[in-house]
Write a protein that binds this ligand. Sequence first.
Ligand code: GLN
Length: 381
Amino acid sequence: MLSRRVELFVESVIRDMTRLSLKHDAVNLAQGFPDFPAPDELKRAAASAIMEDYNQYSITWGAKDLREEISRKAREYNHIEYDPESEITVTCGSTEAMMSSMLALINEGDEVVVFEPFYENYGPDAAVSGAVPRFVPLDDDCYIDEDALVSAFNKNTRVLILNTPNNPSGKVFTKGELKLIADLCIDNDVIVVTDEIYEHILYDNRKHISIASLDGMDDRTITISGFSKTYSVTGWRIGYALAEKNLTSAIRKVHDFLTVGAPAPLQHACVAALRFSDSYYEELARMYDGKRKLLYNALIKAGFGCRMPEGAYYILADIPEGANMDDMAFARYMVSKVGVAAVPGSSFYRSEEGRHKLRFTFSKKDETLVEAARRLERLNV
Ligand code: GLN
């Protein structure tokens, strides 16, 4: 006998595609993780932390020195102020921060507003916590449709999930859109859970704006981020949640009994990461800008329809017209016959819209992307 809860969602299609990719020896542009090394300085910091015996549990809600650095970074980069003692929780990746936040906030039947397309996890996050998701499609240009957003709110709405820069669309929400969300959440007494894991990966001089920095939002926002994407250490599983102290104490309770704590030596190494100079972040964005253009050009050449992402490291592409296959069939065809793995669009949509799309990541070495481009030329549709 299994719980009803687990019947509500399926295993991650993203990770399933990675397994299929390995099986077919394909170029894996499905799962968003770098295939290049993490910064040397960071690897040395982790190795030293183990040798210096940071090998036992840290404080459940995170090592003190790491929380202090996160607090400073949040002040300087995100323009938000959270107390390391009572308002910061270090978690096992931002994935755990999301789930712990939802478990801390949701009562059975509460509604959660989610923009579509959405990151795959938010469906299971809602299902496990007992929330009813209310999907709000972005318009054709990926902007918020104000009427659709307004009508998604009702007396049961408890949380709005935001993800900017966005996975999978590459959208960066504008200040005007964030203000609209903020006003609605204040009027309806709704908490924003914002996933900002791609906060340093932005293009064309765009600036990251944390919704918690807007007037009236610091007490009703849980800001989530982590080290995976910014420092190319997706396997370390270090993330965090920032929230005012009552929200934090609820998140900490869930976190404590779910995981006890994030890996102690890696938390210690992450202190070094937060001390990297500005040039590290400039170089990161510049590097991904080159990869973005490489993949975009390869996809256009192969007949996909897509737009340049504004941030993050994915392209959500329309399947070429002549393919005559839905996203699942086309993803299987791509991985087995073309040798390139991507994620079927339906993982990111509740509506049928996703059936015509695939998501590709460009968080890969240039040579990997060049090889994918070469294989995509074989695509004969
Ligand atoms: N965030 C990454 C992606 O969207 C990795 C997902 C995962 O496997 N946790 O591909």
